[in-house]
Design a binder for this molecule. Structure first.
Ligand SMILES: [Zn+2]
Length: 1153
């Protein structure tokens, strides 16, 4: 079965675009009613079962506001254009149409009319594709005033969008910008030795998907949509010392950057990972710290490529950097004790490890004012380059206060960091779908020219905040959902009814289909069905259909799914207390299995298995007095020794289960068995589900590399020496294809595998994770698990994982209107053909990123449409289809493309693209490709959209001004440029995590949130304003919190007042603070309460529980913390933001010359 039951009968693409002429959205009626109770949809089977439980959207904190700053004034020129554009489609008042009573045949009686759009004053309901937002309220007949052109029925579609092109670019020639000549980097720190943090496993912690996804934490901002601003960074002449100009924004300007033209500020020197430069074969990237590179900085080669600008440039180097500039210079810096390698590679070291936080430390603009060794090179003032914090705050203040109404085609949503509400008026909420651009080029040539990837990040089962309406469930009766005969697209707001309502023309393929008799409805005088607002599928962007038996495997309705808990009981698992912990937790957790709607108990059945080298199955049938164990020692040919009594209802078998969970830790308490099997465990779960003829999820708790003799046995093949070689990719690939085949079988059965790993050494996540990854499951990793410090994190993750909403046996297909099609997919799933994304399980945190390519021309009038259809089985065994529709604008001017992009989404796509790329290509190749693509994107803008200006200026499109800083974070991430402390398993783990992340998660993962705790207002529930991720922004008299979705660091400066230390940690001095703490002590004072509430709030926002790590300034753990100060140069050789920006500038100039 598949979403697409029937084969395409017609040529899918390339047909003449219908042009929806007739589909005008009536102007009437449509205003969204502010508070229409959702319940009105009761008609359609009521609120969707399954979602009733108002799942407390995690992470949604409406009330919390981040302090905003910056005037809300819209600087963007285009903003005003909203209203004007719309001209078009006003229609006559509905009344005239004498609508016959509308009643859908399939509607259950008694439903209230769905009048979500009944009155109101905002927009109309569904948005016609081209319809502009503001329309006269329904009841008002024509509002001459508001609508410039009274359009009557045939309105023409005016394209909504920012006014055509003229991009205004402000290049600012403000000459003075910032190149400060500060500099001097202090000599590298000598003392901090960085050792692998022993107790703190690096990034491995957990990660998270935001619960509600969306809600993200902070807010953000990109200015109102379209602004086409470009910012010019004039290359200035060297000296403007620090003019703080910066961020003040005039719409566009950014201070500049001004290295004399020729020399572009970007000296080669600054960026190591340079693209084209020849490098030593082995070390593509900046030197991994892991490997010691003794020689000259590897990066040197890079320089080559760029014209060696005179020293004037770039100021990026504060330090001794110059070395980088010229040749393979021996590292200028005196070798420092713990860091040799790091020094390599980087040229301009901007803020390298500083020995001591010298005076300039706290945010002083002049960083490194101390006399540095070499002549102070000029350097770009970090305050003058685009700031993520500023962009986020601006968006929050500009867009966070009003709901985002989806009635307008091609409207760019607020940033993921902005808290906002969504009103569905015909397009899917950005919580479900976000796009890299909301205005896509009409032709493939334009698309290629711009190099802007066209992609959508889709989270089909995203959790919504309580204020928003869950998708309604629609039942079209026995014949199933109404669909286009040819392309099988589902009924949606963009289908156009013709011939008095007897037929409809498909908005995707243009084919005309008969309306089934039971679905017939009259049209009003505007051509719209009179039951338009009564039917979610005609008026909303997202909804669900009840699937018929035709959509079920083997033409049989599915049974409720099952959960099977499979616990490693080998020596390490028992000794660490893990087995006992899991068993204790399950006793209560089993009462919280997902339930459908108002059902009293969960329909999910449960089963239990324990294993080491053999497997133990348990019969927990309710009629037994005690559980029975059955051992299967022939792991080569796994089978399930019992059927009856293995999968049971929790309530019925409660006492037997409790008894089992009490006995398991005792039974294995004295085990000496250290070896484990792994594949047979999955096979056992799979066989059990097959026997029960249901889908389900396996929760496997595993501790070690499976070396026991059995199928899927693995060997330790970890080899860090492969890093930066052509064989590095093998570290990410599974060591055997056995698991791929197993994954395929699991997907076929709807067997999703969630893996909880507790390794004390390498266990080959790249291989063990294959089945999890391909079945849509989740991996959690707790390296060096210790009960005292890690149990809270593990238990929180387990609870959420068990309770969260999940669909089983899922198949997703994305249909598009003529002209584009989905060509590539990224995420945790399996594909057996080129169109259907199959997932044994899909939970509310998982996203699938889909890339689109042209296969024909698009038209500005018609725009482009996406329809994502997800067929799945609910937790109660109901088969359903969730549909999300989205309409986008199309453009013939590149400027329109650049004005409607979303950088956060672009980064999500680019990261996933790169992380998949490492499976097949050397990491260096992947990195270079990323840099090159972004340079092309920016060069195309410069060439085609920006007004003429000096080549020395760096001009960035307003919507992409953070592309360089964010891209640099991706390039410096552990997968693409690992530091010495990062293990092979960490990299494989992160690679898989990122692949399923939504946009909010990748945003905070790559550019962590850094909050000055000591600036928090203890009397309000807001968060302190975030600051940029750079050491120079830290003050040693303050305490900061940094979170990236995996970890929370609390950094304490050496000069923090004793009172604050006492209040937060309960000790009297800095030296007494223990960095072994995994939680903050509970103390009764306002500061402690405030900080703990911030931590709790952040934990709730993420889908995984973050590991808390206390870092004292100048302590060895600080190196780990600094890894996340992503605007700085990294120890593993990653460029600083300033240096990278200079490098990008150079790349762009090369492309333009
Ligand atoms: Zn069609």
């Amino acid at each position: 079965m598949s979403v697409n039951q029937q084969a395409h009968t017609g040529p899918p693409y390339g047909q003449p675009q219908p042009g929806y002429q007739g589909y005008q959205q009536p102007a009437y009626g449509g205003q969204p009613l502010p508070g229409v109770p959702q319940s009105q949809y009761g008609a359609y089977n009521g609120p969707m079962p399954g979602y009733q439980q108002p799942v407390p959207p995690q992470g949604y904190f409406p009330s919390l506001g981040f302090p905003s700053k910056g005037s809300p004034v819209s600087l963007n020129s285009d903003t005003s254009s909203l209203a004007p554009n719309f001209i078009g489609s006003l229609r006559a008042p509905p009344t005239s149409g004498a609508p016959p009573p509308a009643t859908g045949a399939s509607l259950p009686s008694g439903h209230l009319a769905y009048s979500q759009f009944g009155h109101g004053d905002v927009q109309n309901g569904i948005p016609a594709s081209a319809a502009p937002m503001q329309r006269p309220p329904a009841s008002q007949p024509f509002l001459p005033g508001s609508a410039p052109t009274p359009v009557s029925q045939t309105s023409t579609f005016q394209q909504y969008g920012p006014p055509p092109a003229s991009v205004q670019q402000l290049s600012n020639h403000m000459a003075g910008m910032t190149i400060g000549s500060t500099t001097a980097s202090a000599p590298p720190p000598a003392g901090l030795g960085y050792g692998p943090p022993t107790s703190v496993p690096p990034v491995s912690g957990s990660f998270s998907a935001t619960g509600s996804g969306l809600y993200t934490p902070y807010t953000a901002s990109q200015g109102p949509p379209p602004t086409s601003v470009s910012q010019g960074l004039p290359l200035a002449q060297p000296p403007f010392l620090g003019q703080p100009i910066s961020t003040q924004r005039l719409p566009t300007q950014v201070p500049g950057f001004a290295p004399p033209p020729s020399s572009t500020g970007i000296g080669p020197s600054s960026y190591s990972p340079a693209t084209g430069a020849p490098r030593p074969p082995t070390m593509p990237g900046p030197p991994l710290s892991g490997q010691t590179v003794a020689g000259p900085p590897t990066s040197q080669p890079n320089h080559i490529s760029s014209p060696p600008p005179p020293s004037t440039m770039s100021g990026p180097h504060p330090g001794p950097p110059m070395s980088g500039l010229h040749g393979p210079p021996p590292p200028t810096h005196p070798p420092q004790p713990g860091y040799q390698m790091q020094q390599n590679g980087s040229f301009g070291q901007v803020r390298g490890p500083q020995p001591n936080y010298g005076g300039a430390y706290p945010g002083t603009p002049n960083y490194g004012s101390q006399p540095g060794p070499p002549p102070p090179p000029k350097r770009l003032d970090p305050d003058s380059i685009p700031s993520p914090i500023q962009v986020i705050e601006d968006d929050r203040s500009n867009r966070g206060s009003e709901p985002f109404v989806t009635g307008v085609r091609g409207q760019v949503p607020p940033l993921v960091t902005t808290n906002f509400l969504v009103k569905d008026q015909g397009n899917a909420s950005p919580r479900y779908i976000r796009c890299t651009s909301y205005n896509i080029p009409c032709t493939s040539d334009m698309a290629k020219q711009s190099q802007v990837p066209l992609a959508a990040v889709i989270k089909p089962l995203a959790t919504l905040p309580p204020e928003e309406t869950l998708p309604y469930l629609v039942d079209h009766g026995e014949s199933g959902p109404v669909r286009c005969n040819r392309c099988k697209a589902y009924m949606c707001p963009f289908m156009q009814f013709i011939e008095g309502g007897r037929r409809f023309q498909c908005c995707f393929c243009s084919c005309v289909t008969e309306v089934p008799p039971h679905y017939f409805q009259h049209l009003d005088h505007t051509g719209k069905r009179v039951d338009f607002y009564d039917r979610p599928e005609l008026s909303l962007g997202s909804y669900e259909f009840l699937a018929t038996v035709d959509y079920c495997k083997n033409n049989k309705f599915p049974s409720p799914p099952a959960f099977i808990f499979m616990i490693d009981v080998s020596y390490n698992a028992v000794k660490s207390g893990l087995v006992r912990l899991i068993c204790e937790e399950l006793k209560s957790l089993l009462d919280y299995l997902p339930r459908e709607g108002n059902m009293e108990e969960s329909a999910i059945r449960v089963g239990f298995v324990t294993y080491n080298k053999v497997l133990h199955f348990y019969n927990v049938k309710s009629s037994l007095a005690q559980p029975q164990m059955m051992v299967v020692s022939d792991v080569a040919d796994m089978f399930v020794p019992l059927l009856d009594g293995f999968l049971v209802n929790v309530n019925e078998s409660r006492t037997v289960i409790a008894s089992l969970l009490d006995q398991i830790p005792e039974m294995f308490a004295d085990t000496r068995e250290t070896e484990t099997v792994f594949a047979p465990v999955i096979q056992a779960g799979l066989e059990a589900l097959k026997a029960a003829e249901c889908a389900g999820k396996l929760f496997i708790f595993h501790t070690s590399l499976p070396i026991a003799e059995a199928p899927g046995k693995l060997k330790n093949r970890d080899d860090k020496k492969l890093i930066n070689t052509d064989k590095e990719k093998t570290l990410f690939q599974p060591q055997t294809s056995f698991y791929n085949n197993l994954a395929k079988d699991c997907v076929a059965q709807g067997c999703c595998v969630d893996l909880f790993l507790f390794p004390n050494q390498y266990l080959d996540v790249a291989t063990l994770g294959v089945v999890t990854y391909q079945t849509g499951g989740s991996i959690y990793k707790y390296a060096y698990f210790q009960l005292e410090t890690d149990q809270d994190r593990f238990l929180n993750d387990l609870r959420r994982d068990v309770q969260k909403e999940v669909g089983f046996d899922a198949v997703m297909r994305v249909r598009t209107s003529t002209g584009i099609r989905a060509t590539d997919f990224f995420g945790a799933f399996y594909m057996s053909n080129t169109t259907d994304v199959e997932m044994a399980g899909l939970d509310c945190d998982k996203t699938i990123t889909v890339e689109f390519k042209h296969d024909d021309k698009l038209s500005e009038d018609s725009g482009a449409l996406l329809q994502c259809a997800l067929l799945y089985t609910s937790c109660a065994g109901q088969r359903r289809l969730r549909i999300h529709n989205l309409s986008l604008n199309c453009c013939t001017q590149l400027a329109d493309l650049y004005r409607n992009c979303e950088t956060d989404t672009l980064i999500n796509y680019l990261a996933k693209y790169a992380y998949r790329g490492v499976l097949g290509s050397p990491v260096k190749t992947v990195r270079d490709a990323l840099i090159n693509q972004c340079a092309q994107i920016l060069a195309c803008y410069r060439k085609n959209c920006a007004s003429p200006s000096s080549a020395g200026q760096l001009i960035l499109p307003e919507c992409m001004k953070l592309l360089p800083v964010y891209l640099n974070c991706v390039l410096k991430s552990d997968v693409l440029q690992p530091g010495p402390e990062v293990t092979t398993d960490d990299r494989a783990y992160i690679r898989q995590l990122v692949t399923s992340m939504d946009v909010a998660e990748t945003n905070v993962f790559f550019y962590p949130r850094l909050l000055p705790l000591t600036k928090a207002d203890v009397d309000s529930d807001s968060l302190p304003a975030a600051i940029r991720n750079s050491e120079e922004r830290l003050s040693k008299g303050d305490i900061y919190l940094l979170e990236n979705g995996l970890n929370i660091f609390v950094w304490v400066g050496v000069n923090v007042q004793q009172g604050l230390i006492q209040n937060l940690f309960g000790v009297s001095s800095f030296s007494q603070i223990s960095n072994a703490l995994s939680t903050l002590p509970v103390l009764e004072n306002p500061f402690s309460k405030k900080v703990r509430s911030i931590v709790d709030m952040l934990q709730v926002q993420r889908s995984r529980y973050m590991k808390l790590i206390i870092v004292k300034q100048e302590d060895k753990l600080e190196m780990l913390f600094k890894h996340f100060l992503v605007e700085d140069k990294s120890l593993s050789g990653g460029a600083s933001y300033v240096d990278f920006l200079c490098h990008m500038h150079k790349e762009i100039r090369q492309l333009l010359s």
